[in-house]
Design a protein around this ligand. Structure first.
Ligand code: GAP
Length: 514
């Protein structure tokens, strides 16, 4: 079986070969942690965006969407805390001259301990077969318990040191754990320093009058500064939400793992404004709602888990991640944060403008509390792509590579294939396309034998192939082939639209989260 690193490499090369993702400015040897979405990638991204927007904005009467500018007044970032606190602790290895995030070095060390636990569990599961009680094993096996205690102690100490900004202790922890630089193999580390992640730029024509700006590191602040505009113009009553999808920029120190951690990326965020004191219930409710959205895509319940934050961001009183099983392990896909009244309260202070809501039931004004849901579009894209790519062994002993993207998100919904390039079959294929393209993204393919065309569409992630053959000339029926089951069904051309819509139509998928 291929190891995780090989699987991930395959995802990256498949993404390029099938027109999903390539490195930015590749002809100039690329730009680190910046990527371009190609023809299929742009479609998949658009469909994920749409699936999120419809679930959040269209299905919730009390949520509206906005599109704020990337540039914001610089005081925004003072008020939000990003100028002072949006830092990562970095450490350099003096021998390799490589720079790392100190917390990531420690977390990677812990991940290795956790991998040992999983190995012990897998071994025991094999030994005991059906009689295996995993929970009991984890809580009684001394080796597993020792590993777990070790991992927990390290993570707690890291969280405590970061919380207290005790960077000396973070370095001590790295030295005590004997963590070596993956490149030089040495323990010759510098001190740990804080590094601000925001990209700076300038607005204005002349050097004297130019104003220092930042590229936004999150979309959330565009929502907070528009809270009153939306509340008043939309006559919104609390509780209500404002959603937004847009680009964000972070000068990440550790930029690796393909599109998992990028310097330019896209976020899909929603701020839900609530009465102070109700944050616990809404926090739990949004955790559940968001998990339901993920599960509706059918990528396996076992591949998601919640992870409560040990170290809370400067704005939060509770926070959890929805983690997904990526090829390199469980990692954050989405964050759900109870942000209190930090942001609106702070913008009130810095702007001198009241950002309050008059609650007609309570007959009082207050600064609303906020629950935020924040998911990286690119990370969601990676989750979908990595989970969907499978090599399948077929009954006849051959293998096929198939991209089992949830049909609702697939870039192209159907490929129409005339069996031969003559006898009027291409003309019928084009007529079918002309009709279907009013609702679905469909493509035409007449190159190579039909079997090879099926394989090509499987690997590109197209859920349906429609084959036009000589029988079509006689009775106007075609073959509809299903990507995942490879089942083929003969049906009249007039029934194609309904058959495809049943599987790719957004309304059928969205129903699962109602
Ligand atoms: N407004 C809250 C916020 O920005 P975050 O946890 O820093 O919180 C939210 O980011 C989500 O944005 C993450 O769960 C992740 O999916 C995505 N994200 C953050 N940094 C990213 C990066 N450098 N590249 C790609 N996605 C990123």
């Amino acid at each position: 079986m291929a190891n995780q690193e090989d699987i991930f490499k395959k995802v990256i090369s498949h993404a390029k070969e099938y027109g999903y993702v390539a490195q930015s400015s590749e002809i100039y040897d690329g730009l680190s942690a910046v990527y371009d979405y190609l023809q299929n990638g742009a479609e998949l991204k658009k469909n994920i965006r749409e699936y999120w927007w419809q679930a959040m904005v269209q299905l919730h009467e009390n949520i509206v969407g906005i599109d704020a500018a990337i540039f914001m007044h610089p005081t925004t970032w003072k008020a939000s805390g990003h100028v002072d606190a949006f830092n990562d602790p970095l450490i350099d290895n003096k021998d390799s001259k490589k720079r790392y995030r100190a917390d990531v070095l420690v977390e990677d060390h812990v991940a290795k301990i956790e991998a040992k636990i999983e190995k012990e569990v897998a071994k025991a599961a094999k030994r005991f077969g059906d009689a295996f009680d995993e929970a009991q094993f984890r809580s009684t096996n001394t080796r597993v318990m020792d590993y777990q205690e070790k991992a927990d102690t390290i993570i707690k100490r890291l969280a405590r040191s970061l919380e207290k900004e005790d960077l000396e202790d973070v370095k001590n922890l790295i030295l005590e754990l004997e963590i070596v630089c993956p490149v030089s193999g040495s323990k010759n580390w510098t001190d740990v320093k804080q590094f601000n992640l925001m990209f700076g730029t300038k607005l204005g024509a002349s050097a004297e009058s130019a104003m220092d700006l930042y590229l936004r590191p999150e979309t959330a602040q565009g929502i907070f500064v528009n809270f009153l505009n939306v509340q008043k113009s939309g006559r919104m009553k609390i509780p209500f939400g404002i959603a937004q999808i847009g680009k964000a920029f972070r000068n990440e120190i550790v930029a690796r793992q393909f599109i998992f951690r990028m310097r330019e990326f896209e976020q899909m965020e929603m701020q839900f404004f609530i009465r102070p004191g109700t944050q616990k219930e809404w926090y739990e409710s949004w955790k559940e709602t968001r998990m339901k959205w993920h599960l509706s895509l059918g990528m396996g319940e076992d591949n998601y888990r919640f992870h409560d934050h040990e170290k809370l961001a400067h704005y939060a009183d509770a926070a959890a991640d929805i983690e997904f099983r990526f090829p390199f392990g469980f990692k954050e896909l989405e964050g759900i944060h109870s942000r209190t009244d930090f942001d609106l309260g702070s913008h009130e202070k810095y702007s001198g403008k009241k950002l309050q809501y008059f609650d007609p039931e309570l007959e009082e004004s207050y600064v609303p509390y906020v629950i935020e849901t924040s998911i990286g579009l690119d990370r969601m894209f990676l989750a979908v792509l990595a989970h969907s790519l499978v090599d399948e062994e077929l009954d006849n002993g051959s293998t096929r590579t198939v991209l089992k993207i949830p049909a609702v998100l697939a870039p192209t919904k159907a490929a129409v294939l005339p069996l031969v390039k003559k006898d009027g079959l291409p003309e019928i294929a084009h007529q079918i396309i002309d009709d279907l393209r009013l609702d679905f993204n469909v493509t035409y393919d007449d190159k190579d034998a039909v079997g090879r065309r099926y394989r090509r569409q499987d690997a590109a992630g197209t859920p349906f192939c429609i084959t036009v053959d000589h029988q079509t000339l006689e009775d106007r029926t075609v073959t509809l082939r299903h990507r995942d089951s490879m089942e083929q069904k003969r049906l009249p051309i007039e029934e194609l639209h309904t058959a495809i819509d049943r599987e790719v139509g957004m309304r059928h998928w969205l129903k699962k989260i109602l």
